[in-house]
Design a protein around this ligand. Sequence first.
Ligand SMILES: Nc1ncnc2c1ncn2[C@@H]1O[C@H](COP(=O)(O)OP(=O)(O)OP(=O)(O)O)[C@@H](O)[C@H]1O
Length: 316
Amino acid sequence: MNLLKLDLKKCLTDKLLDYAVELSNCLPLQAIMVYADVFHNEEELKSYVERLENAQLVLVSRDKLNFPLPEKVSFIRVPHIKLTRLGQMKIAVLVGVSKGIFHPQDIILCLSGIAESGVLDSLFIIDIGSEFEFFEVNQLEHLREVVRPEVFLRVLEIAIDLAVEGREGKPIGTTFIIGDSEKVLEYCEQLILNPFKGYDEKERNILDPHLEETIKEFASLDGAFVIRGDGIIETAGAFIRAGGVMVDIPPGLGTRHRSAAAITAITKAVAITVSESTGTVMVFYGGKIIMEIERPLIFGSLPTEEKTFSIREEIK
Ligand SMILES: Nc1ncnc2c1ncn2[C@@H]1O[C@H](COP(=O)(O)OP(=O)(O)OP(=O)(O)O)[C@@H](O)[C@H]1O
């Protein structure tokens, strides 16, 4: 990159950061959410936060921060995939609400750019309650009572991986039902013997990175995973008996998606599905689709690890 371009990008990033402070100090904004790893150390971050009169600062990144987070700054980690700018922000909002950082009535100023680039290039405002259809149900805040945010994020990551990679070169579909598992299990029937039965709880927590391969292997079994809100996997290969439940989902979706929607309508669980036929990852809550991550678009010139997802635009 030539020097002029670098200067321009640095200048634009600084101006956007300044403008965000100005806007947040004169408009009723609850938070500034910053993506793209623009802050390099605690001091930089502290001096920026000091300029904010009301809004809280929320950093969003695909990686852990390598410096301590000052007071009044929150942090949201998003999956390690290349998403559109809006896509990253939408996942961040979803995780932020489930962690209690944001509330459905909040208005957030988002500063975004390419992940890890340290450069900002976009500023947009998200009015959570009126712009995200799914927050109208106003119940997503309750999600954190049943599912730990890191468990939700981990399952989302695994689901996205499965959608991208498949298994042994073939596309794969599966369902993860997370939270309220006691009630969920009342509606389940084992299609096969439970492969997790008899294992100690600490050996079957989805947060354990050693389990990733096992989970991906079992994802090719018919049926669903049932996971406790704290990450303990109760079972895999479970058939959901929720056939008669009315759900508000598009007619083209088959029984995998219908049963996932249904179980979230009659319990407090959240469900994440990977479609074998389309590669789409969907998140269901309260009987509805609350997020849809479409089949990855792999562009010819990008290296294979640069998988780009688009999230169906739900912003009106
Ligand atoms: N009630 C259910 N509980 C658990 N798993 C189910 C249930 N219904 C279907 N499935 C799983 O979904 C698989 C695909 O079913 P179907 O094609 O009807 O669903 P779909 O919604 O079109 O999903 P996909 O897009 O993955 O094909 C089944 O083979 C089965 O493994």
